[in-house]
Ligand binder design. Structure first.
Ligand code: MF3
Ligand code: CO
Ligand code: CO
Length: 260
């Protein structure tokens, strides 16, 4: 069942989402060559717990050991922060989910460490553009399948592939709720209604869409061919006439409200 959120629930998810976005804003100047992903994660946890007086939804989620997911290059998602140091040319996703006052907000973005290849830049741009174009079609009466269609067209045009094993999700009191939001062309039909809240979080791969979960840690997801992957994620509210991007950051050149 897809939950239609009340005004009170929407306000709480808006707050949790704003906090999650602010964690990404806070961490940006620290994403530099030489820092370990664990140091970045520690800063995020300290900020969430001590400044925001909130919780990381990831820490302890099905046994997940850290505050954030930090996924570098061929890591698609769920990279566990560690002693590994960032290097010039890395493309890095940081995914933050904040729990505040019983409600969740979930967002991620790519960071480029120093200078990277044109192909890596194009991959990151494709992931962000596909998220933005997907947000633009969200409105009451639209079919959820349109989101996957839009992302598929953009990835196809760029010659990249779309991860099929992980998807967007409803969010609210639960971290992951219905609906499942597929990022590729699909027939998972659902008519969107005002008050629905879900994430859109396309993972775009330079090579094959196939992924492998680490047998060592049970979390880290890598591309099967070890080619790079990029992801952006926002938490989206379906409004009267379009959408509101609940996790919008100040560094984004994108409107919070989409009106149709
Ligand atoms: N934030 C991820 C998502 O977008 C989920 C991470 S779950 C964790 O849905 F346990 F790995 F943190
Ligand atoms: Co998510
Ligand atoms: Co996330």
């Amino acid at each position: 069942m897809v939950i239609i959120k009340t005004q009170d629930e929407i306000e709480k998810i808006r707050i949790a989402s704003t906090l999650a976005a602010q964690v990404l804003e806070m961490i940006e100047p620290h994403v530099q060559a030489g820092i370990t992903t664990e140091e970045l994660d520690d800063m995020c946890l300290d900020y969430i717990e001590n400044e925001q007086k909130a919780l990381s939804a990831c820490l302890g989620y099905h046994g997940y050991p850290k505050c954030t997911c930090i996924s570098i290059n061929e890591v698609v998602c769920h990279g566990i922060p560690s002693k590994h140091k960032l290097r010039n040319g890395d493309i890095v996703n940081i995914d933050v989910t904040v729990l505040k006052d019983g409600f969740h907000g979930d967002t991620s973005r790519m960071f480029i460490v120093g200078e990277t290849s044109l192909r890596n830049k194009k991959l990151c741009q494709c992931a962000q553009q596909s998220l933005y174009e997907a947000i633009k079609v969200v409105r009451p009466g639209e079919n959820l399948t349109t989101i996957g269609e839009v992302i598929q067209k953009i990835a196809d045009k760029a010659g990249f592939s779309i991860v099929r094993d992980y998807c967007g999700h409803g969010i609210g009191r639960d971290f992951h709720e219905e609906p499942t939001v597929l990022h590729f062309k699909n027939k998972h039909s659902l008519i969107l209604q005002k008050g629905m809240i879900f994430t859109i979080e396309p993972m775009i791969n330079a090579g094959t869409h196939h992924c492998k979960v680490s047998k060592k840690d049970g979390w880290t997801v890598k591309t099967a061919d070890k080619q790079p992957s990029a992801q952006y994620e926002h938490t989206i509210l379906v409004t009267d006439d379009g959408a509101e991007v609940l996790t919008l950051r100040s560094d984004e050149n994108f409107d919070r409200f989409i009106h149709h």
